[in-house]
Design a protein around this ligand. Structure first.
Ligand code: GTB
Length: 217
């Protein structure tokens, strides 16, 4: 059964692939699973029909027959668990790859999201400018640790896995801040992820949505 995912009707990132449908698209492209995309407006995100699929009124969601999922990490995990190619067969290696999925979403991504909070949600507060350097240093701390662990390896633990897919997706959001460039090994790691044909297809897919919506107005 062809799954359907949701994405922004008009992504605020201008087609840069930073919204979280891209990581789900990427996972589906990696395993060669065709999918459909249902575009959702900001207004529709908060309407009952969408809230039935995601109680927090966000994208992405994933529907496959009777199964309805939300949370990009859970969706990528489901895809990786039910198809070959994103998680190793060996039990130990599989557990470690899953650990990297959690590390990406619960250890590396949270401080990165604080940049958005400080710049946009709290940008008008008098303490916002003073907070930003603290956030940047906290992120730097994580990146030092991650870069040390990666070393000169191609991927985090052997072959490319869903752990790398999520880690690269999370790190991509740092490019505009200049922080990624401070860590050449991580910048090269992200570039390797972006160079994967599956990522390219995912990126083009989301960009096509942005371009078609822009032309419509
Ligand atoms: N933990 C959830 C997950 O991983 O699925 C978080 C989902 C989430 O934050 N979804 C965002 C959303 O639906 C889109 S991706 N927001 C609408 C809302 O909450 O009302 C976050 C995002 C948005 C915009 C950019 N950007 O413009 O660069 C990047 C990422």
């Amino acid at each position: 059964m062809t799954p359907t995912i949701t994405a922004f009707e008009r992504s605020p990132d201008g087609g840069k692939g930073l919204a979280r449908d891209t990581r789900v698209r990427w996972a589906l492209e990696e395993i060669g699973q065709p999918y459909e995309v249902r575009l959702v407006s900001f207004q529709a995100l908060k309407a009952p029909a969408h809230l039935a699929h995601n109680p927090f009124g966000q994208i992405p969601t994933y529907q496959e027959g009777d199964l309805s999922l939300f949370e990009s990490g859970s969706i990528v995990f489901h895809i990786a668990e039910t198809h070959a190619g994103l998680l190793p067969d060996d039990a130990g290696a599989r557990a470690r790859a899953i650990t990297w999925m959690f590390a990406a979403l619960s250890t590396v991504e949270p401080p990165i999201l604080e940049i958005v909070t400080a710049r946009f949600l709290e940008g008008d507060k008098p303490w916002s400018q003073a907070r930003l350097p603290l956030i940047m240093d906290r992120i730097r701390g994580r990146l030092v640790q991650l870069s040390d662990r990666l070393g000169d390896a191609e991927w985090l633990d052997g072959a490319f896995s869903a752990g790398d897919l999520l880690m690269v997706s999370v790190l991509l959001r740092l490019r505009a801040s200049g922080l990624l460039a401070e860590f050449p090994a991580l910048a090269a790691y992200v570039a390797r992820g972006e160079a994967r044909p599956a990522y390219q297809r995912a990126f083009e897919g989301q960009l096509a949505v942005f371009n078609s919506q822009s032309q419509g107005n």
